[in-house]
Write a protein that binds this ligand. Structure first.
Ligand code: NAD
Length: 299
């Protein structure tokens, strides 16, 4: 399996495609954004003129798109990509979408005898660049095994969660928890600062104490505490508030479907809705929720 088509070269897909090139795969890439395509070419990808052109003759197609609607639009229907792929082409969708959309994609692929899996990721843009993502796969074990060499070129962990859609369920459980601990971290840091503590000092203390968590340790939301994270570059790049809101919506739908109680998830969604209500915040990284708690200077 050498020839790979990569569709969706955004914050995550761009570095993921670059890591496949570094691992020796021949990658033909496509994105609607010209800037993303230019960057992918600079990183060694070939340019596809469309998703269909990128996928022609590929052994595997990997997609990293925003929503289920976009994924369905590309793959499904009479003119969709699934109808154009060579027999046996492996389909790996890494986007975070509803489990029901993932099941629909895998079952439409099965009708065409194409092995397919959902393989959403965790780790953020830093892990996408470092090739240390965690993949949460749903689908047949044989398809997950076939995907492993590709996934291992982009990640450090490959989990098989269960049948089609299971990767998405695992991902949405993870992201609901991520939103909750990001908000908790932001409010705790602010309380420390409001009471005269240096945010670096209180971060160091909580990291080594029982409040330690990923948001605090790897993605600190308070500006200036940690280098290389969105908080230290005006919350640019990273994982947008808009995408976190999409994931929290998927989490609430999942909870409703299983009659699960998710009071903190519901509160997290409400707080992100409030934060994202300002259009200026929508495209900022989700750690910008810190701004909701910060006081204007001089207060
Ligand atoms: P992004 O918006 O940066 O990238 C999406 C890319 O898809 C864009 O470059 C866009 O031009 C392209 N695109 C949209 N429609 C297209 C189409 N029809 N054909 C071709 N290209 C198209 O998003 P992202 O941050 O890279 O996230 C991608 C997915 O990964 C989302 O589902 C997100 O929830 C998930 N995710 C993101 C992060 C993160 O930290 N950013 C982490 C884990 C998972």
């Amino acid at each position: 399996m050498q020839k790979v088509a990569f569709i969706g070269l955004g914050h995550m897909g761009g570095p993921m495609a670059a890591n496949l090139v570094k691992a020796g795969f021949t990658v033909t890439a496509f994105d609607l954004s010209e800037a993303a395509l230019v960057q992918a070419e600079a990183q060694g990808c070939k340019r596809g003129g469309s998703a269909h052109e990128a996928a022609a003759g590929a052994d595997a197609v990997i997609s990293m798109l925003t929503t289920g609607e976009v994924v369905r639009g590309i793959y499904l229907g009479a003119r969709g990509l699934l109808q154009a792929l060579d027999d046996g082409t492996l389909v790996i969708d890494c986007s975070t979408i509803a489990a029901s959309d993932a099941r629909q994609l895998v079952s439409a692929a099965r009708e065409r005898s194409l092995p397919a899996i959902d393989a959403p990721v965790s780790g953020g843009t830093a892990a996408a660049e470092a090739g240390t993502l965690s993949f949460m796969c749903g689908g047949d074990a044989s398809a997950v095994d076939a995907a492993r060499p590709l996934l291992e070129a982009m990640g450090a962990n490959v989990f098989h969660a269960g049948p089609a859609g299971s990767g998405q369920v695992a991902k949405i459980c993870n992201n609901m928890l991520l939103a909750i601990h990001m908000i908790g971290t932001a409010e705790a840091l602010q309380m420390g600062v409001d009471n005269g503590l240096d945010p670096k000092v209180v971060s160091d203390i909580m990291r080594a104490s029982s409040g330690g968590n990923w948001s605090l340790e790897k993605y600190n939301p308070y500006p200036g505490v940690m280098e290389g994270v969105p908080a230290s570059r005006g919350y640019e790049g990273g994982f947008s508030v808009q995408l976190m809101l999409k994931d929290l919506g998927l989490a609430m739908d999942t909870a409703a479907g299983s009659a699960s109680s998710t009071p903190l998830g519901a509160l997290a969604k409400n707080l992100y809705q409030l934060h994202g209500g300002d259009p200026d915040n929508q495209m900022l990284d989700f750690s910008s929720i810190q701004n909701m708690f910060r006081r204007p200077a001089g207060d």
